[in-house]
Design a protein around this ligand. Structure first.
Ligand SMILES: Nc1ncnc2c1ncn2[C@@H]1O[C@H](COP(=O)(O)OP(=O)(O)OP(=O)(O)O)[C@@H](O)[C@H]1O
Ligand SMILES: [Mg+2]
Length: 284
């Protein structure tokens, strides 16, 4: 029995399921390889995190002699409210990196850092139990950790997903990022910031002393081309034994206005409600 091919509750990581983002990922990759930081902010559930997955594949390609493959470290700031939380996320991104070579390179870096600061980073992650640490120490640890991160690869892109979360974080994480990843010594590092628009704008306005985002090229996530989405839906319904009429798919896309997540969710429900073998028809 075929599984429901549609996914709407998490970012997509299977490139064969990411619709219509290749050209844009290519454009972002070339910008980052050309040593320009990028800020990509957009509405919720439109595919920003999914794009970072497609981007990682694109960055791994060679784009001519002056643009060899780049490594990518993705830092998910979704739940970060403090510097120790941030440190925990960077730690996870380093030691849990999907590429074994980078994971291995991270181990001694983390070891050296722990020796320098005199304790296990895992202790910071469970910082409720830690006593006596001063906020400045945490800031210094984060700085040392980001400096270790930048030495993981000679060509590196660091992605900060849900970047606007740092707005809620005391201890000036933006200056720390700036000093560790945007100063001399970090010329081989490019940054991609992603997140929701409204908070990012606030962040820029409120934080005019730290114009990190102002210094990044601002790009908009393109919408998924309707024809591409139509083809994708047609293919997925057909390949899973529930072929759909074009009119039904047109109707589905009209209802969702091709919004990425809404389309996937409605397709998921339609698929579930359709018996195998019968074309799914549009409902009145
Ligand atoms: N390129 C794409 N092709 C097809 N579906 C997509 C694409 N991008 C996103 N989606 C759909 O949208 C959903 C949400 O994607 P994703 O989590 O990447 O969005 P986001 O913008 O990062 O959301 P959030 O604002 O919550 O972080 C996915 O589960 C998927 O259903
Ligand atoms: Mg996201």
């Amino acid at each position: 029995m075929a599984l429901n091919p549609f996914i709407w509750d998490r970012p997509l990581d299977d490139p064969s399921k990411i619709v219509g983002m290749e050209a844009f990922a290519h454009q972002v990759a070339l910008t980052l390889k050309g040593q320009t930081n990028v800020a990509l902010f957009g509405p919720r559930d439109t595919g920003k995190t999914t794009l970072t997955n497609q981007l990682a594949l694109e960055l791994a390609k060679t784009h001519g002699d002056d643009a060899p493959p780049f490594d990518v470290v993705k830092i998910n700031l979704q739940r970060v409210v403090s510097i120790p939380g941030f440190i925990g996320c960077v730690h996870d991104a380093m030691v849990g990196h999907p590429v074994r070579q980078l994971r291995r390179a991270a181990q001694p870096q983390v070891g050296a850092l722990e020796k320098e600061i005199g304790f296990d980073i895992k202790v910071i992650k469970g910082s409720v139990r830690r006593t006596g640490a001063k906020p400045e120490q945490d800031g210094e640890t984060l700085h040392a950790q980001l400096t270790a991160l930048r030495s993981l690869s000679p060509r590196l892109v660091v992605v900060f997903d849900e970047f606007q979360r740092l707005r809620h974080c005391h201890g000036d994480p933006l200056s720390i990022i700036r000093s560790a990843l945007m100063s001399s010594g970090a010329n081989h590092v490019s940054l991609l910031f992603t997140g929701s628009i409204r908070n990012a704008l606030k962040m820029m306005l409120e934080d005019s002393s730290q114009p990190i985002i102002g210094e990044a090229a601002r790009m908009r996530l393109p919408s998924i081309d309707r024809v591409d989405f139509l083809e994708y839906l047609d293919f997925q319904f057909g390949a899973t034994g529930k072929p759909a009429e074009e009119q039904a798919l047109e109707h589905l896309l009209n209802l969702t206005r091709s919004h990425p997540r809404s389309t996937q969710q409605l397709a998921w429900e339609t698929w579930t409600d359709t018996a195998a073998g019968s074309p799914s028809r549009s409902r009145p």
